[in-house]
Design a protein around this ligand. Structure first.
Ligand SMILES: [Zn+2]
Length: 253
């Protein structure tokens, strides 16, 4: 598989700090700082962003900052916004072709307004939940972050972005109704960006799931799928693990 140029670049889009017990059932309340990543994937001439970090509203005081501040200490400067991070790696935000959203939580979807010309790829179940006022509220989605008029591709389960098997959405529902992860087949290995199906490396190694989420049993089944991919040799990158994130190179290819 050397036919296409393919790489992954992690983008640092701020931090969230909260009690560990919010992220791991049974953990103590000591604060833990989570990185908020977005991921740039370059596939030949195409540019894909997997998740978008947080909304610019959270760089300063305001109603949304107050609401998020009830649960999290937000670390977000203007330099951490996804458009700034894209420019850091010489990508004009308006040149992003596809935005794959793992799910509609504010730390994954908040930066969507900053990539106005991209086509959005999201699981149908997630988008439907996001359009339903009751389900959106129950899942803490903020409709103003994603109901922006982008072209939207609704995926039903596995979705191969380019038809060559190299970059594929993998449904991992449970954390939210239509959560998805992203599998990238590099020349000599497979990387799976887990997003919130597994917050930490420890989650993949049998650690506890968070106490909250859409469907705990469904989440556990999705996590089993990621564990089996890892057992089969894939590198599964958890969504919010500080040590894992800090150890990544600036470009994976
Ligand atoms: Zn989430």
């Amino acid at each position: 598989m050397t036919d296409v140029t393919l790489s992954i670049e992690p983008l640092r889009c701020g931090t969230l700090t909260a009690a560990r017990s919010m992220f791991e059932t049974g953990a103590d309340d000591a604060p833990i700082e989570l990185p908020v990543p977005a991921w740039l994937i370059r596939h030949d001439g195409d540019t894909v962003l997997f998740d978008t970090g947080m909304h610019s509203d959270l760089t300063g005081p305001g109603e949304f900052s107050d609401a998020v501040g009830l649960f999290f200490d937000v670390g977000l400067e203007a330099d951490d916004l996804v458009d700034a991070r894209l420019r850091d790696v010489q990508v004009d935000p308006s040149d992003v072709d596809l935005v794959v959203l793992s799910h509609l939580h504010f730390d994954h979807t908040g930066g969507l307004a900053l990539v106005p010309d991209a086509r959005v790829v999201v699981q149908r179940d997630e988008w439907a939940a996001g359009a339903d006022g009751e389900l959106a509220g129950a899942n803490s989605f903020r409709q103003a972050e994603y109901q922006l008029g982008h072209d939207v591709v609704l995926a039903d389960g596995e979705h191969d972005l380019f038809g060559d098997g190299r970059v594929t959405c993998i449904p991992t529902p449970g954390h939210t109704p239509g959560h998805q992860s992203l599998r990238v087949r590099l020349a000599d290995r497979e990387i799976v960006l887990a997003a919130d199906c597994a917050y930490f490396d420890a989650t993949l190694d049998g650690g506890p799931l968070p106490p909250i989420g859409h469907d705990h049993d469904q989440h556990a089944r999705s996590l089993e799928r990621l564990r089996s991919m890892k057992a089969a040799g894939a590198t599964v990158v958890p969504g919010h693990d500080r040590d894992v994130f800090d150890a990544l190179p600036s470009r994976i290819s």
